[in-house]
Design a binder for this molecule. Sequence first.
Ligand code: FAD
Length: 313
Amino acid sequence: MAKVLVFIDNPGTSLKKSSLELLTLGRALGETAVALNGKLHDDVAAAFAEYGIGTVLLPSAEDLDDFLVAPKAAYLAAAAGQAGANIVLLDNSPEGKEIAARAGIRLNAGVITDVVAVDADGTAHKSVLAGSYNTACKAGTPVSVLTVKANNVVPVPAAAPAALETVTVDVPAVSAAARITAREQKVASGRPDLTDARIVVAGGRGLDGDFGPVEELADALGAAVGASRAATDAGWISHDAQVGQTGKTVSPQLYISAGISGAIQQKAGMQTAKVIVAVNKDAESPVFEIADFGIVGDLFDVLPQATAEIKKR
Ligand code: FAD
């Protein structure tokens, strides 16, 4: 049976859905412990117990969050060694991937990113070459480090809660060479985080500068707003919203693409969505090759109609 370690970085007072997904996946693969960076808040401890986690490892250093990723990777590698883990799971954020790479070197472990599923024997599934191929791959090392895309596992609490014990991991000396001194305070939009969202409504150049129809549909569905690079480069929406090869990778249950042509670089960030709905006025647009449902029409007609219908329910 695999020994799994899930890394969770500074959850604060509650766990994100993507963390609950990692805990559920870990449990399906074997005996699962958590390496937590940050303080263990009571509500988070209760969630761990509910998800059947018996052991939470905590760093001996007060808080690694003021530092760039190298000290977190050093902590994770030490925690994985202490827990005897042979599978280490992290989220698929840019920081998660960097920590995975650095911890992988310390653990002499194979690292696989952008994972959408993991078999019982540790085989990971992911797409490669900007979404051209789906692959099954397995690290040829005793330990594997996997970063897992959100929204590919349904979070399920354990049949019976676990009794939680905490264990301290001696953190190798933290390098103060680089330190985070301030963070930009994001303006809360009230919408879900793009990479965690179950539904994403994304707009492209076809919006011609007006994201209103996309935002209204997103709000009616409780969805996040995404965009193509053409839209972010034009300054119509923040670069944070860009989906694709040089933007964010999303894997929602539903991705609604409006006025986006479906270039390979856009596809790379969204083609693992469970259901893709495309709205485009050009019936020949490549986006229809990857769409499960296609609507040929003007998005300024189609999106408001969809929003009005959803609001009636
Ligand atoms: P277009 O290709 O111009 O498509 C606009 C679409 O809107 C057309 O299909 C048109 O028929 C439709 N349309 C117009 N008006 C309407 C209307 N009223 N109603 C309905 N449909 C309408 N792109 C990304 O998205 N993400 C990336 O991360 C990314 N990374 C890149 C990295 C590199 C190295 C390079 C070279 C490119 C990258 N790109 C990326 C850019 C990518 O190649 C495309 O140029 C970009 O995705 C096009 O954006 P778009 O589909 O919005 O615009």
